[in-house]
Ligand binder design. Structure first.
Ligand code: RM4
Ligand code: MN
Length: 385
C-alpha cells in the first residue's frame, strides 16, 4: 500500500476502550487512588470520550457488569451518544462472588452454574438495552490441585452452560470467548488456550468466536500464528490488547513488544481481519500512570503497529517467499517495521481535523485539572477486586 491507501485504511480502524481503564486499579498488593477518577459509569464514559476526542479512533466503550451496573442502560447509552461514543462489548463477571470459589459455569454444583448462566443471560438483556453486539466471556474457572475436580466433567458443564447462553443471543449478537493459560486457577484452567476456546466456539455455531488477549499466553508463544489460524477459520472475534512483561499485567499495548504487535497486525490485515468484524479492544488498567493519556498512548501504539503492517510490500514478500529467499523475505517485513510512521499518522490526524499530537493536545486541554477539581466526594470507581 502507498501512503494514501494506508491512511484510508487507518481511518477505518476502530479501537474500543475499556470502562475499567478509567477507574482505580492496582495489583493484589495495593491500589493507588488518583485524583479526578470517575465515580460512576457515566463519568467513565466522559473520560473515554476524551480518548476519542483526541484520537478520533476510539468511538466505543466496553462495559463490565457488575462494575458498570446502572438502573437505566438506555439512559447510559444515550449519555454515551451525547458524548459522541457508543457502548461496545458487554464483559461478564462470574469471578467475584463467594459462590464462585470453585468456579462458575464449570462449578460442580448445578445451582451455582445456574446462577452464573443467569448472570450471562442478564448481560444479554443489557446488550439488548445498549445495542451492544458482543458478549465477552472470561471465566476464572479451574482447579488448584490434582484430583480436586473432574477435568472432563468440567468441560461438559462448560459446554452445557455456553449452549444455554448461545441460544439466547439475538440475530446480530455474538458471544466471544476468551482464554487464559493460567491464573487464578494454577493447576488446571477450564479455558486455558485458543484450541479449547476454538473447539467450544465451533460446536456452538457461527455466533461464537474467540478472543485473543495478548497477555494470556506463555512466554514465547507465537500469537500471530494463532491470529492467522483463527482468521483463516473465521473464528477470530476480538482482541484484548495489552502488554505483558511476565504475568497478566495488562500494561499499555505495544509497550513491551511493539514488534509483536506489528507481527499480529500484519497477520490481521493479511487475513482480512481489518474488515471482518474483529473487535479491537484494549484490556488495560493504568495503575501508576495517568489513565486517559495511558489510553491515548495505547490507541496510538495500535495505530502505529497497524500502519507499519499495512506498509509491508506484500508483492515483494510473496516473491521472496516463493523464491525461498529467507533473508530477503525477512528484510521485507523488517523494512516495513523499521519505517517511522509517526509523520504519516500526524498528517492523517490533521486531515481529520485532529491535533497532530494527541498526547500534547490532551495535556494542554485542562481536562485532567478540571476533573480533579470537580470530582470531589463520592466513591471513586475501582475495578472491584
Ligand atoms: C481477565 C481477562 C478479562 C478481564 C478480567 C478482569 O484476565 O483479561 O478480559 O475482564 O481479567
Ligand atoms: Mn482480557
Amino acid at each position: 500500500m502507498d501512503a494514501p491507501q494506508v491512511k484510508a485504511a487507518l481511518r477505518e480502524l476502530r479501537i474500543e476502550v475499556p470502562s475499567w481503564a478509567y477507574g482505580n486499579s492496582g495489583t493484589r498488593f495495593k491500589v493507588f487512588g488518583q485524583p479526578g477518577v470517575p465515580r460512576d459509569p457515566f463519568e467513565k464514559l466522559a473520560d473515554a470520550a476524551e480518548v476519542n476526542r483526541y484520537t478520533g479512533a476510539a468511538p466505543t466503550v466496553s462495559l463490565h457488569i457488575p462494575w458498570d451496573k446502572v438502573e437505566d442502560y438506555k439512559a447510559l447509552a444515550a449519555h454515551a451518544a451525547d458524548l459522541g461514543v457508543g457502548i461496545g462489548v458487554i464483559n461478564s463477571n462470574t469471578f467475584q462472588d463467594d459462590d464462585y470459589m470453585l468456579g462458575s459455569v464449570c462449578h460442580p454444583d448445578a445451582a451455582i452454574r445456574r446462577k452464573a448462566v443467569d448472570h450471562l443471560l442478564e448481560c444479554v438483556d443489557i446488550m439488548d438495552a445498549t445495542g451492544s453486539a458482543d458478549l465477552k466471556l472470561w471465566f476464572a474457572d479451574g482447579t488448584n490441585y490434582p484430583g480436586q475436580d473432574d477435568l472432563r466433567a468440567r468441560q461438559d458443564r462448560l459446554s452445557e452452560s455456553l449452549a444455554v447462553v448461545y441460544a439466547r443471543l439475538g440475530e446480530d449478537q455474538r458471544m466471544i470467548l476468551e482464554y487464559k493459560f493460567f491464573e487464578p486457577a494454577f493447576y488446571s484452567t477450564d479455558v486455558p488456550d485458543w484450541g479449547t476456546a476454538y473447539a467450544h466456539c465451533l460446536k456452538l455455531g457461527p455466533k461464537a468466536a474467540v478472543v485473543v488477549d495478548t497477555g494470556h499466553h506463555a512466554p514465547g508463544t507465537n500469537i500471530e500464528f494463532i491470529v492467522a489460524f483463527l482468521l483463516r477459520e473465521g473464528k477470530l472475534g476480538a482482541f484484548d490488547f495489552n502488554s505483558r512483561f511476565y504475568a497478566d499485567d495488562d500494561l499499555i499495548a505495544g509497550a513491551a513488544d511493539p514488534f509483536q504487535l506489528f507481527r499480529i497486525m500484519h497477520e490481521v490485515s493479511r487475513g482480512g481481519g481489518l474488515d471482518a468484524g474483529v473487535n479491537f479492544m484494549l484490556d488495560q488498567c493504568h495503575n501508576i500512570e495517568a489513565k486517559i493519556p495511558g489510553q491515548i498512548r495505547s490507541v496510538m501504539n495500535v495505530q502505529e503497529a497497524t500502519a507499519k503492517a499495512l506498509l509491508v510490500d506484500r508483492v515483494a514478500l510473496a516473491a521472496a517467499q516463493a523464491a525461498g529467499d529467507v533473508l530477503g523475505s525477512n528484510a521485507v517485513l523488517m523494512d516495513a517495521y523499521n519505517t517511522d510512521v509517526r509523520p504519516l499518522l500526524a498528517e492523517l490526524r490533521e486531515e481529520q481535523g485532529l491535533a497532530a499530537d494527541p498526547m500534547r493536545a490532551y495535556a494542554g486541554s485542562g481536562y485532567a485539572e478540571k476533573i480533579a477539581a470537580e470530582r470531589i466526594g463520592g466513591a471513586q470507581a475501582g475495578w472491584g477486586a
